[in-house]
Design a protein. Sequence first.
Length: 214
Amino acid sequence: MMDQRIFTQYKKALKNRTIDIICRGILIKDVSILNKYYEKEFIKRACEEGCPNYGRKWSCPPFSKPYYEVIDGYNKAALISFSVNMNNYIEIRNKYTAMKAANVTLKNLIEKVARKIEMEAKGYALLSGSCRYCRPCACKANQICKHPDKMRYSMEAAYLNVQAICEELLDFELLWYEKKILPQYTSTVSLIFFNEDFVKETMLEIIKDVIENY
């Protein structure tokens, strides 16, 4: 049910450093393979107990939609992850600041890639982390979403177990910042649904173009 796996690396010069971005991806021929990773009750409870955005963003639980509602009408998907080794940020003394800097870069890059693939393939993207299209989210002021056509959920907000998906479909483990200790690397993950024929070469072209022009 799966083919066209990608694994490549890009060197990216930023304003104050050069980082190596590891890109993993796979084209999924049948999105029903994702059913086994749907864990609404577990993920909703974890968000409610541990996330400050719970009930404060339209893109997050309890307002977000289950992934099977999001993919209504789509039968294929592109799964993409970007990772960077934290040695690229080793000179930053505050480890939390280092982690935040790495994640901001990766999230910006993968969102640009996901939205470009979404447009190219006429699909729908699940992004990395909560929606950042409006800041602050209108939900915090008890107002309706200002841009429902642009707002996107994350994979977690659609109640998918992203850790298990990465381990089983991309052959790598997500690592986390804990107890002021940097992990070996940090990662972001996105999933784009579509029906159009979409090949590995097109995905690589989009990734390369976004990273080079970021």
